[in-house]
Structure formats: C-alpha cells, structure tokens
Ligand binder design. Structure first.
Ligand SMILES: NC(=O)c1ccc[n+]([C@@H]2O[C@H](COP(=O)([O-])OP(=O)(O)OC[C@H]3O[C@@H](n4cnc5c(N)ncnc54)[C@H](O)[C@@H]3O)[C@@H](O)[C@H]2O)c1
Length: 443
C-alpha cells in the first residue's frame, strides 16, 4: 500500500498515525502545532495515551511528520483529517478547522498532478457538512472533480480515550460514508490491512454515516442515563442493589452490559457534545428529540444528586475538607473536559469548602484549570489522609487498593461512586456509601 497521511496529530490523530505505521504502512503526519511535528520526528509521543509510546518506538522510519501540505499530497494516496470540530452554542459542530486544512490540501492537490486522491474525514461533523461545505470547498479550490479526481469518505472512529489503540485495532464496526464505491473500496482496504479482528463494515452514503455517528453516541448516553436513574431508585429502596440488577439486564442480548453501570453522569470530549449535536440536528428538521433532551437533563441531575449527598455529609460532620480521587472523565486519560469531578470541584469551591485532589494522570490539567483554588495530593494515601470525606469519582485501578491502612481520620466517610471497594475491608472507622446501594454499604 502506498503511503497514508494524517492531518491533526492530537489525541486521536497521533494514535491513528502510529497504528498505520505499526501495521507497516508509511505514514506522514501533519499538524499546525510544530511541537507535535517535532515530537513525532524525534520518536516521542505528542499526547498522553496508554501504549502510544510503545507503538511509536516500533514504527522506525515508517512514521514521520511535516508541516508541508504539498509533501502530504505527493507522499500519500489517502489523507485522514482528524482536526478539532468544536461545538457551537447551538449544538452543531463547527467545521472551521476542517475547512482550513482542506483549503491547504486542495491547493496542494491542484499543483500535485495526481490521478486521484482520497480524503477521509475522521473528525466528528454535523450531518450535511461533507456535501454542503467540504466537497464544494475542495472542488472550488483545487479545480478538480469529485469521484473523478478525488474521493471523500466520512469515517469517524468509535474509540474512547485511554483505550484508543486497542479500540482502533479491534473495532466492533467500521463506519464508511462514501462519495462513491471506489472511495469506499480504497478505505475498506486500509482498515482490512490494519484491524486485528474482522469488524462489520458499515458502508453507506456520506449523510447516512454522518447521522449514524451522532446517533450512536446519543443512544449510549441514553443508556447511561437510564442506568443512573435506576441507581438513584435503588439507593432509596432497602435491599435493592444496582449491580445485581444491571448485570442481569445486560445479559439480555437486546440490552448488553456495556455502559450500563449506574454511577456518575457521562462527560469527556464526545458524549455531551454528540448528544447535543443530535438534538440540534433533529431540531433543524423540525423534530423534537425528546429522549436526547431527557438524557441530557438526567446527566445534569446526576452531578447535583452527588452534590446533595456530599452536602448532607458535610453538614453532619465538623470537617470541611473534601478529598476527591479521580479527576479525569474516566480512568487512563488526563482529559478533564466535562468530567464529573470538575463539575463537583467547581460547586464545592462555590460553597467555600476546601478540596484536595488526586488522579494518576490528570493532575497537570487540573492544576492548569483550578490553580491555587484547591490542594493537590501526591498519592491516593496522601489525599485520603487529609480529609474525613472522600469521593471516588472514577473506577481507576489505583484506587481499588484502598483498605483500612489508608484511613487516618476517624470517622472517614467514603462515597464510592463506582462501588469499586469492598466495604468489608474497612473497620468501623469508615462509613461507606455507594451510588445505587442503600446507605451504609452493599445491600
Ligand atoms: N478525543 C476523543 O475522545 C474523540 C473521540 C471521537 C471523535 N473525536 C473527534 O476527533 C476530532 C479530533 O479530536 P482530538 O481529540 O484528537 O482533538 P485534539 O484537539 O486532541 O487534536 C487535534 C489536532 O489537530 C491540530 N489542528 C488543528 N487545526 C489544524 C489544521 N488546520 N491543520 C492541521 N492540524 C490542525 C491541532 O493542533 C491538534 O493537534 C474531533 O472532531 C473530535 O470531536 C474525538
């Protein structure tokens, strides 16, 4: 296979480029951030993602980076675009950065004298973007014709930060929206060369793929909000246990166990934005997506629900220091965007409470956001020992080791949102609470 190129070497793009090169395909990355280009060229990972540095180490000279769009066009036959698509106030995704990069690529295409080039949009876009904005832009700047001189696919990945590489190499499905069959065939061949499993290849029109992408995440968020509502009900019902119920529900093929845990609301760079984009897209066509709206309200409620619980515990104790373990929106990532902990800390600060925090990966991002407003612990033990009220907001494996030896303050209240601890490991100094189980421990 001739070379591939990846424009945008951020959290996703750097991983994709490294995966292609790891699979033996010469890959050229491009980013407007020169530090990311330099990092790739000196064999360093530009972003934090488990397994990425190992992959880059194995790529040898197959992985390079540049800031030269003409080099991208001449050295590759397919270009993946993985640049940011921030959400606007209305919920739609902006394709400004896609347009910026496609303008440069189209100018290079005009000069390149190539027979054919394939552009693959991987960034999340609002339905309609490819045909309404991006393809007309490529045609007008390059003077070339769609499906004769170039093809376009929309192929977003269904990955999660923290497991980007394994998700990319072993996907459940590959989504390919295609401008024509040739474009789809070429992209499918790339995935067949890279995937370590045999995923379902979902090929369709560009617009169908654009709708499918946001529908999937909107559906998953609905499932999370359902499980969270169920957890809140279980908390109030003596003898009920959320884990027993969701385990059984998930065993039914129509439901599946994934994202059905009952804990905190969803966050991160995708779920909240994709659900809102689904709402905005429906509204554009005169449809009120009521389920998506409720999903969003339930998600907001879930943080307030936790805050209410914290408030009750604070008012019943004379300690006003709250410790928080878990700052990212999920384990194995430094990303704190829309994380439950971030929202919680903001509210606790407003209430003049002192907050001490710890996370294995997200300390720098948290420090950049909150500065001197909160205290930063050096370890799980250090965080827990400084407060008599601890909230565990992510099911990080590092927190699972907490046992009675970590407990200094008597009593210590632990709110274990994901129920990762075994309450029987604690002495009576600990008052254990979990979301979805009646007060005082496992039912
Ligand atoms: N992060 C996720 O979990 C995730 C999951 C699914 C989809 N997505 C989508 O993937 C896309 C990329 O997300 P990300 O998290 O990798 O973003 P990111 O911000 O981590 O990385 C984007 C990179 O693109 C570069 N860039 C910006 N404008 C550019 C341009 N004109 N030319 C070249 N490079 C440019 C930036 O410098 C940055 O390095 C977004 O559309 C996002 O919605 C992200």
């Amino acid at each position: 296979m001739k070379g591939l190129s990846v424009v945008g070497l951020g959290k996703l793009g750097a991983c994709f480029a490294a995966c292609f090169a790891y699979k033996g395909i010469p890959t050229l990355g491009l980013d407007i951030n020169v530090d990311f280009v330099d990092a790739i060229n000196s064999g360093k990972s530009p972003v934090v993602e488990p397994g990425l540095q190992d992959l880059i180490d194995s790529c040898e000279s197959r992985l390079k980076a540049t800031q030269d769009y003409e080099q991208v066009l001449t050295e590759s036959e397919i270009t993946f675009l993985v640049v940011p698509t921030p959400s606007s106030q209305s919920g739609h995704f902006s394709d400004k950065y896609l347009q910026d990069s496609l303008k440069h690529l189209s100018e290079a295409l005009k000069k390149a004298g190539k027979e054919y080039h394939l552009f693959v949009i991987t960034s999340t876009v609002s339905p309609g973007s490819s045909e309404d904005n991006l393809i007309p832009l490529i045609e007008s700047v390059s003077g070339k014709k769609l499906n004769r001189d170039f093809g376009v696919c929309y192929s977003p990945e269904f990955i999660a930060l923290g497991s980007v590489i394994s998700d990319f190499l072993n996907p459940d499905l590959i989504l390919i929206g295609e401008s024509d069959q040739r474009a789809g065939d070429r992209l499918e061949a790339v995935y067949k060369a890279c995937c370590e499993n045999a995923p379902y290849m979902a090929r369709m029109s560009l617009i169908s793929a654009e709708i499918m992408k946001i529908s999937l995440n909107s559906y998953v968020t609905m499932k999370i909000s359902f499980a969270n509502t169920l957890a809140n009900i279980c908390e109030a019902v003596p003898g009920a246990n959320i884990d027993d119920i969701t385990k059984a529900l998930g065993a039914d093929k129509r439901i599946s166990p994934h994202y059905l845990q009952g804990a905190l609301g969803y966050g991160g760079p995708c779920f909240p934005r994709d659900n809102n984009a689904f709402l905005a897209f429906a509204a554009k066509y005169g449809v009120d997506a009521m389920l998506a709206k409720s999903t969003d309200s339930v998600n907001e409620f879930q943080t307030n629900h936790l805050l209410h619980q914290v408030g009750e515990h604070i008012s019943n104790s004379n300690n006003n220091v709250v410790s928080i373990l878990g700052l990212a929106y999920k384990p194995n990532t430094p990303e704190i965007e829309e994380s439950a902990a971030k929202k919680l800390i903001e509210e606790l600060i407003k209430r003049d409470l002192e907050v001490i925090v710890y996370d294995p990966l997200a300390m720098d991002n948290t420090r950049n956001h909150f500065g001197e407003d909160i205290l930063y612990a050096s370890s799980v033990r250090n965080c827990l020992s400084n407060s008599s009220l601890c909230i565990i907001t992510t099911p990080d494996k590092e927190f699972k080791s907490i046992d009675d030896s970590y407990i200094i303050q008597n009593p210590t209240i632990i709110i274990d949102c994901w129920r990762i601890l075994e309450p029987s490991r604690f002495s009576e100094r600990v008052r254990y609470f979990g979301i979805g189980i009646p007060s005082g421990g496992k039912s």
